[in-house]
Write a protein that binds this ligand. Structure first.
Ligand code: SF4
Ligand code: SF4
Ligand code: SF4
Length: 317
């Protein structure tokens, strides 16, 4: 085995920049942030070139939509960073911070209820970049899903946001057809005929919007777009399913503010080393939800950011 010459302090320093030691070697994998898994052809070419020029020619994809170039020698790290910066790319994505955002392809997907690439880019700018210097008790992962099909598993993230289409059913326009095309279109079996009239069981309906426009008699012409937010999911050594906030948000700014409040709450009330799921369990979901729906956390934003907290967080990767 090669003699290792990089000190633990240097290894830690470059890890914070997104360079992870390739075990048993003096080389590193450079983790490139793709914002939301969408990169241009020019960026792809640049990464391929950088892999040949500075690394071992191998490019790998991580489960959270970042790209790692393997085999970069320690003394080539700065050159590598400068090279990819030409195409607006940067490394990072480690530490007890807001982590790179994961998004599904809701923008182009036939089921997409929101522009997931645009929303995840906005979240990236505001919270991945905007909170990059803000230390948290542990890592904080955010995922954006275009619809309740949950392809990127938003409910297994510290915070997940999902596109919604709340069906606007007008009972007065319902003729009680023998065969209801709305009920037939509902994959959740939430829309059913009850006593000769259509009924949507709100406890089953997941606001997928598949029924919108399916009634031939104008009883369900449109829906209201919205956002559902899950908090406290995690996947790893320990697992937890996130729980949805009771409110469906129809205003994007309000939904983004809830994300900001969740990060501030985690910073202020989380114990160093615990994931958001554990913070929520300790404080109680109802307490956390009430805080996320109120204004107090944002009003105290500067005070929360200025506090000396979590100088060493719990994230190990
Ligand atoms: S979650 Fe929905 S919108 Fe996103 S990729 Fe899956 S089916 Fe498409
Ligand atoms: S919702 Fe439309 S299709 Fe379904 S029973 Fe009523 S009128 Fe008929
Ligand atoms: S929004 Fe989806 S789950 Fe709800 S009633 Fe319509 S089709 Fe069914």
């Amino acid at each position: 085995m090669a003699t290792l010459t990089i000190s633990a302090a240097d290894e830690k320093r470059v890890k914070a920049l997104g360079f992870l030691s390739n075990k048993g070697t003096d080389n590193f994998s450079g983790r490139i942030i793709t914002v939301n898994g969408k990169i241009t052809a020019a960026q792809q070419k640049c990464i391929a070139e950088a892999a040949e020029k500075f690394g071992n020619g191998i490019v790998t994809f991580t489960t959270r939509l970042t790209i790692e170039v393997q085999g970069i020698p320690y003394d080539k790290i700065e050159d590598f960073r400068q090279f990819i910066a030409k195409e607006g790319l940067e490394t990072g994505g480690t530490g007890s911070l807001v982590r790179p955002v994961v998004s599904c392809k809701g923008t182009t997907c036939q089921y997409g209820l929101l522009d997931s690439f645009a929303l995840s880019e906005e979240i990236h700018e505001r919270f991945y970049k905007g909170y990059h210097s803000v230390k948290l008790p542990h890592k904080f992962k955010i995922a954006v899903g275009g619809c309740p099909n949950n392809c990127v598993k938003p409910d297994l993230n510290d915070l997940g946001i999902i596109g919604q289409m709340i069906p606007n059913f007008d009972e007065d326009e319902c003729n009680g057809c023998k065969k209801c095309s709305v009920a037939a279109a509902c994959p959740m079996k939430a829309a059913k005929m009850v006593d000769g009239i259509l009924e949507i069981d709100k406890s089953i309906c997941n606001n997928c919007g598949r029924c919108v426009g399916k009634c031939h008699f104008d009883a369900l012409e449109d829906g209201t777009p919205g956002f559902k937010i899950y908090i406290g999911g995690r996947w790893g050594k320990k697992t937890a399913h996130g729980r949805a906030l009771s409110k469906i948000f129809t205003d994007k700014e309000e939904a983004l503010n809830v994300i900001e409040k969740a990060i501030l709450l985690f910073r202020e009330q989380g114990k160093t080393g615990e994931r958001f799921a554990a913070t929520i369990e300790r404080l109680g979901f109802e307490n956390v939800e009430a805080q996320l729906l109120a204004d107090d956390l944002l009003e105290r934003k500067q005070q929360i950011l200025d506090a000396e907290l979590h100088m060493t967080g719990g994230a190990t990767c």
